[in-house]
Design a binder for this molecule. Structure first.
Ligand code: HMG
Length: 416
């Protein structure tokens, strides 16, 4: 029997909207809002397009990476993230700034082979390496024009039953998911023909250990002092926090979430796939077998030194970044011209974000700075109008534990 949602994607926009409105009982005002936010270009990016979902975008200032100052557009819904990014950037930029390098920028993928003789497959891949590279390149020849292409193959034995034939590809300035997946499918077909083996799948891996940014930054301990703690005391507490993130998965997860606050926001602003970066980062954090903090902070003489190796598998061209007009403007604002610069700015922002969060945690506690900036969102989410906002926030600032109820009470008095 035909269901009303069958072939939903084939219906016109108006038909889809009317079905949704009926099912969800949407009011005229809600329908108007959906219509106002609609960007027809988005329908070319995703399926069953309904509207555009706007998120706030702000700018982190003062991030100095390899001697160049960058403004970094950040897309985030979370108060205090952008303030913290600028705060961390300012602390790190007071010295030599942040230093970044990208030793390799390669994408890797795998063809899974089932029930084959591992020695036969390994020998074959070794002996026919050049031919396999050619087959991969010929399946997507345009990548050669930019100096990219397949770079090598290897075999890993996963179990008695499964092998992984790994392919490494230089996808140039593109993130390269489509390029490498096309190549892997060509390699998979050829392998199964030549060796009469079953291949289970051919797909890139998001374990982006060949797209690592090495990032480091220093801050003079003297710059870290607060009203109640000296600079060296704060530095020692940050170093302790970093050590705890190496010891304990519960702390490591939150430590890394703090880093990803910055990383995701910039990756989104540049129109890249943040799920790929998220999965790469967390898998990399667990590469030793136990999940650990991605960054470390240590005292070196009078400096606090932060270091991080972070996979940042993103592209400068292609994908959604081509269709989303803001992604181009954001790259211009950030003054980045290629994927390596883009990766470096993203990773540097992650380290700055981490420093600010740790400093807040080990000094005043996160709530002081965060809640101060969260008050506006608390007020707005409880019915405060833009006109009422300054007065409501001022009143909330004087309170110990402001809540939704507090906002409602303030509004009640204000509106009398
Ligand atoms: P502060 O020390 O009160 O700020 O920090 P300040 O007045 O001394 O200003 C220092 C700099 O911060 C400023 O320099 C700005 O760059 C920036 P200036 O421009 O004055 O020369 N700054 C701001 N930028 C934009 N808007 C603002 C603003 N205020 C300061 N309103 C601050 C206040 C919130 C920055 C600080 O407390 C902080 O960095 N806190 C960390 C907040 C944070 O990490 N928020 C994310 C949410 S919590 C989370 O998800 C992660 C976490 O769980 C991770 C973890 O556990 O590791 C914490």
């Amino acid at each position: 029997m035909e269901n009303k949602w069958d072939h939903f994607y084939k219906k016109s926009y108006e038909q889809r909207l009317s079905l949704i409105a009926e099912a969800a009982n949407l009011s005229k005002a809600q329908l108007d809002l959906l219509g106002r936010s609609l960007n027809p270009r988005s329908g070319e990016l995703i399926e069953n397009n309904l509207t555009d979902y706007p998120l706030p975008e702000g700018i982190a200032v003062g991030l100095v990476v390899n001697g160049h100052e960058h403004l970094v557009p950040m897309v985030t819904e979370e108060p205090s993230v952008i303030a913290a990014a600028s705060n961390g950037a300012k602390l790190l930029s007071a010295g030599a700034g942040i230093h970044c390098s990208v030793p390799d920028n390669l994408v890797s993928g795998q063809v899974i082979v089932k029930d084959a003789d591992p020695h036969q497959v390994t020998k074959f891949v070794h002996d026919y390496q050049q031919q396999l590279i050619q087959i991969a390149d010929q399946s997507h020849p345009s990548v050669l024009k930019y100096g990219g292409g397949a770079k090598g193959l290897d075999v890993r034995i996963l179990s008695k039953q499964f092998l992984s034939v790994d392919l490494l590809v230089d996808t140039g300035e593109a993130m390269g998911a489509n390029i490498i997946n096309t190549m892997l499918e060509a390699v998979s077909n050829w392998l199964s023909e030549q060796l009469t083996v079953e291949t289970t799948m051919a797909i890139l891996t998001n374990f982006a250990d060949k797209a690592i940014v090495e990032v480091s930054g220093k801050v003079a301990m003297a710059k870290l002092g607060t009203k109640s703690l000296s600079g060296p005391q704060v530095a020692q507490k940050i170093a302790d926090a970093s050590q705890i993130a190496q010891l304990d998965i519960r702390r490591a997860t939150t430590h890394n979430k703090g880093i990803m606050n910055g990383v995701d926001a910039a990756v989104m602003a540049f129109g890249n796939d943040w799920r790929a970066v998220e999965s790469a980062a967390h898998a990399f954090a667990a590469r030793s077998g136990s999940y650990q903090g991605l960054s470390t902070w240590e005292i070196d003489e009078d400096q606090l030194v932060g270091r991080m190796s972070l996979p940042v598998p993103i592209g400068f061209v292609g994908g959604a970044s081509k269709v989303l007009p803001l992604a181009g403007i954001n790259k211009q604002i950030a003054q980045i011209d290629n994927s390596r610069e883009e990766m470096q700015v993203v990773a540097a922002l992650g380290l700055a974000q981490n420093l600010a969060a740790l400093k807040a945690l080990v000094t005043d506690g996160i709530q002081k700075g965060h809640m101060n900036l969260q008050l506006r969102s608390l007020a707005l989410s409880n019915g405060t109008t833009m006109q009422e906002l300054p007065v409501v926030v001022q009143k909330l600032q004087g309170m110990d534990h402001p809540s939704s109820q507090t906002v409602k009470e303030i509004l009640k008095i204000l509106r009398r």
